[in-house]
Structure formats: structure tokens, C-alpha cells
Design a binder for this molecule. Structure first.
Ligand code: AMP
Ligand code: ZN
Length: 505
């Protein structure tokens, strides 16, 4: 088996990935805060995580993938100040917080389905595990990591020996860096700027929709605790029923998110878990870079978001966006523009067309379908490709290898049987996720068949003007005609809107 290298934020280098236990990998990815539609920047992170999962699966691993749904506790500032994003949206839309969460959770899953992202094995809503959150906070309290302020129970980050290790900074430098950063406000009652809320009290003067009883008072969990709780419960197996048994906790193989989560959210997940289990929480941490727009981060607070539905409304297919994302490595910032997306869509269309041509050759091209493939050459291609995907998910390189193969197929006419190339490309698509298998030779209606026959006759009679008229007529109907040595090839005008050839014709 070829080794898989992954860049581990914790070690700051590419390490060989080895599962902690047999072939079943535990993978946690932080899910959406469901107070609005995910923007295409958020979706970049979910596509990166999907590619990671597909690479692991391609290498023969089973992946137990857990994702949370943040439906409570994420405040407008990552530093425990401001309003709860979901409660705020509920007021704005005049709905309940629960309705908001349900609506945007559904919208999120619609989006990821359109992007051909494999659904996680387990999806868990934060609000369903408040009792477990309380158990975890109690264990932290018992171990001496908590203190109380007027607005909640806080984690004292100075008490944990290696707090902040994910950032590569020591405690003092991390505190200074966060203080200098404009995004983090410092509440006077906090002992250290890095301290974070575990449990927030409901405000005295206003009633929250989402609140629960706890040993410390009515309130709601802090944002970071849900991921710690869910990891401990479903992946680390540290709960017996609702009872936390920290010494039973197992280390998790991989945890991912966007790079913005390194200094606060993921750092705090580590702190909470390791303060009770006293063992490493996660073996590999992977982080995806931002999608930018005009070089600046795409984000809701930046006011520059684009949604997947905006792309669809402008005639782009979600998989063209997936293709666009695949052209950059996940650790490199990627700048979004409609021009760049347009060229990605053209490339994807060409790729679909190539798959179509393969199927056509297989069926009708006598020269091609009888070739014995140069297996050595094809295998070299596969090894190069595998090397790319296993080299810290180098999907752009894997894509360029695919295009080299396409070029070779088109130019080295004696080397490849279309069937073998088709099979290999479909296998590769288990990782790319571009749904290449949807391409089938189109079925022609009686009307089209009749027109093709008439055109053939005009051609035989050398009446090229009439033949061209029929070609134009077919074009208007959405078909392209190409005359080959092996008869007339008919194909759709666009492979992007290609499904319509089945649904409406
Ligand atoms: P949120 O719903 O705000 O918790 O964000 C969901 C995910 O999207 C997180 O993993 C973020 O790190 C990630 N994210 C946010 N903005 C961007 C962006 N512009 N590009 C890529 N990922 C992002
Ligand atoms: Zn998380």
C-alpha cells in the first residue's frame, strides 16, 4: 500500500498517516452554524473534507465520520461576546430559534448534496446533548479548570500545561496575539484573554428561547463545548449512557475545519477534552485555507458572500464549483471570480465530453475498441495519480494527470482501449466526485432519428446545403452533429445541462 501523507497542523509538517486502530478511522468535522445559508467559502471547507474522506476511502479505510450542527451557543463574536447568532436571526425573521435551525440545516444538506459531498456517518445537533455538556463541565470543574464570572462558567486556560499547542505559540504569545487581533474582545472578568465560556447564563433582562437548567444556573452551553462533547461521546467512546468516564476516552484519528478555527475553536476543543482525559484528543489536525474574493476572506461579517444558489441562478452547475475548488490545493487560499468559475465549467464540460467520446468509441469505433491497452503505461498513470492524492491531497496534480491521460488517449491512438480508460477514470472519480458516471450516450427520439436519416441521404446526394439545414435544426433542438469514419456522432450541445436530455426530451 502506498503511504498517505497529510499535513498535520499539530506537528506543522506532512506526516505519514497511520490509523490508530485497524482500518476504521474516526473523523470529526465541525459542522455549520445554522443561522443562515452556508456561503461558498464555507462550502470550500466541506468540499476539502469530502476530498479527504474520499482519499481515505479510496485507500481502503472505513471512515466513521461525525459532524455536529451548531444550533445553539455560537455568539456573534468568537470570543464569547455578542448575541447568539441563531436567536438573533429568529428575531429578525420572526420565527422561533428552533425553526431557524431546522430551516438552515435542511438548506445546508441540500447544498452539500448538490456538491456531491458524501453525507457524514453521524450528524448530531448540539441541542440534543446538553446533559452531556453539563457532565463535561462538571468534570472540568472537579479537575480545577473552571471559574465563575457574572455571565457564566469559564475555562481557565492558564491551568492547562500546553494550552494553545495547535497554534505553535506558547501561552503568553498566544494571549498577546489574540489581544492584538481586532476580532477578539476582552471581557474584564476573564482572567486571560484565551479563557472561554463553558456555560453562559441567560441574560437577566431578556428571555432566551433556547435555555436549560444546570448546576450553575439557567443558561446555554458555550460554542466550543459541543464539539468536545460529541467527540467524546460518539468517537472517543468516553460516555457510558449520559455518564462521562474520561479514562475510557480513545484518541480520534482526524479532526478538520477551516484555518480560522485553529487559534480559538479547535484550541479550546483540545483544552476541554485533554483537561479531563489527560491524553491526546486528536492524532491529525487538518485545516483548509480560505476562499477569498478580491483577495479578501469571504465571510458573512465581511458582507461579501456568494451562495451556491447564486451560482446556479447564473447558469453554473454545483459540480462546476466543485471542479473549480479542485484546481487549488486545500492549503492555498483560492480567489473566487465568476470568470474563473466559467473557465472551470468549460473544463468540466470538456471532461464530460471526453467521457462521452470514450463511450462512443467503445460502441462504434472499430479501430479503438479492438486495441489491447498498454497496461504498463496505464498503470504508470494510476500510480502517478495515487501518488498525487496521497501526497497531502494534491487534487490539482491529480487533475492534471487526468488531463495528460486524456491527451495521450487522443494522440497515442494505439495505446489505449476506451474501456480501460473509461474504467480507470471512473475509478478516479471516486475521489474527484464529479459524477462522471452520469454521462451516457444520449437516446435519440424518433424525430431526431428521422432527421439524421434525411441528413444522411442529402449528404449521399451531395446536397450539402440541405444537410446543413438539418444540422442547424438539430442544433436548435440541442444536439451537435459530428461526422466520423464510423457514422454520425450525436452529442448534446452542453454536457453541463445534460440531464435535461433525459428528463425533457
Ligand atoms: P461556520 O458555520 O461559521 O462555523 O463555518 C463553517 C466552516 O466554514 C468552518 O470550518 C469555517 O472555518 C469555514 N469557513 C468560513 N469562512 C470560510 C472561507 N471564506 N473559506 C473557507 N472556509 C471558510
Ligand atoms: Zn468544532
Amino acid at each position: 500500500m502506498m503511504p498517505i501523507y497529510l499535513y498535520n497542523t499539530l506537528t506543522r509538517q506532512k506526516d505519514i498517516f497511520k490509523p490508530l486502530k485497524d482500518k476504521r478511522i474516526t473523523l470529526y468535522t465541525c459542522g455549520p452554524t445554522v443561522y443562515s445559508y452556508a456561503h461558498i467559502g464555507n462550502l470550500r471547507t466541506y468540499v476539502f473534507e469530502d476530498l479527504l474522506k474520499r482519499v481515505l476511502m479510496f485507500n481502503g479505510f472505513k471512515v466513521k465520520h461525525l459532524m455536529n450542527i451548531t444550533d445553539v451557543g455560537h455568539l456573534t463574536s468568537d470570543a464569547d461576546t455578542g448575541e447568539d447568532k441563531i436567536e438573533k436571526e429568529a428575531q429578525k425573521e420572526k420565527k422561533t430559534a428552533w425553526e431557524i435551525a431546522e430551516f438552515y440545516t435542511k438548506a445546508f444538506f441540500d447544498d452539500i448534496k448538490k456538491l456531491n459531498i458524501i453525507k457524514p456517518t453521524l450528524v448530531k445537533k448540539a441541542t440534543n446533548f446538553i446533559k452531556e455538556d453539563i457532565e463535561l463541565i462538571k468534570a472540568l470543574e472537579k479537575n480545577g479548570f473552571t471559574y465563575r464570572t457574572s455571565d457564566g462558567i469559564y475555562f481557565d486556560t492558564s491551568k492547562l500545561k500546553d494550552y494553545g499547542k495547535l497554534t505553535g505559540m506558547d501561552f503568553k504569545t498566544l494571549n498577546q496575539t489574540l489581544k492584538a487581533g481586532s476580532r477578539v474582545e476582552f471581557s474584564l472578568e476573564k482572567k486571560n484573554i484565551t479563557d472561554f465560556s463553558l456555560w453562559k447564563f441567560s441574560p437577566k433582562n431578556a428571555k432566551r428561547q433556547m435555555e436549560w437548567e444546570s448546576p450553575w444556573g439557567i443558561g446555554f452551553p458555550g460554542w466550543h463545548i459541543e464539539c468536545a462533547t460529541l467527540n467524546l461521546k460518539f468517537l472517543a467512546q468516553a460516555f457510558r449512557g449520559k455518564q462521562l468516564v474520561p479514562e475510557k476516552a480513545q484518541t480520534i484519528d482526524i479532526h478538520c475545519g477551516g484555518i480560522d478555527h485553529i487559534p480559538i475553536h479547535h484550541t479550546n476543543e483540545i483544552a476541554q477534552v485533554e483537561a479531563v482525559t489527560k491524553k491526546p484528543f486528536v492524532n491529525f489536525w487538518l485545516h483548509g485555507a480560505f476562499l477569498t474574493i478580491k483577495e479578501g476572506r469571504m465571510g458573512k461579517s465581511e458582507g461579501n458572500v456568494v451562495l451556491l444558489n447564486d451560482l446556479i441562478k447564473q447558469g453554473f452547475s454545483p459540480l462546476s464549483y466543485r471542479y473549480f475548488l479542485s484546481t487549488a490545493h486545500y492549503r492555498t487560499p483560492l480567489d473566487f471570480s465568476f470568470e474563473a468559475l466559467k473557465s472551470a465549467q468549460e473544463s468540466l464540460n470538456n471532461l464530460y465530453e471526453f467521457v462521452y467520446n470514450l463511450l462512443w468509441d467503445l460502441k462504434y469505433n472499430k479501430n479503438k475498441k479492438n486495441i489491447k491497452t498498454n497496461k504498463k503505461l496505464l498503470n504508470e498513470y494510476h500510480l502517478k495519480w495515487l501518488n498525487a492524492i496521497n501526497d497531502d491531497l494534491n487534487i490539482p496534480r491529480a487533475l492534471s494527470i487526468l488531463w495528460q491521460l486524456i491527451n495521450d488517449y487522443n494522440t497515442k491512438s494505439k495505446e489505449f482501449n476506451p474501456k480501460d480508460v473509461y474504467q480507470l477514470i471512473l475509478k478516479w472519480d471516486q475521489v474527484f466526485g464529479l459524477d462522471l458516471k452520469r454521462i451516457k450516450i444520449i437516446k435519440t427520439t424518433q424525430k431526431v432519428k428521422k432527421l439524421l436519416k434525411e441528413r444522411e441521404k442529402f449528404r449521399r446526394d451531395k446536397n450539402f446545403q440541405k444537410a446543413d439545414e438539418i444540422r442547424n435544426q438539430l442544433k436548435e433542438m440541442g444536439y451537435l452533429i459530428e461526422d466520423t469514419h464510423f457514422g454520425t456522432k450525436i452529442k448534446p450541445l452542453s454536457f453541463i445541462q445534460y440531464d435535461e436530455y433525459y428528463s425533457s426530451r
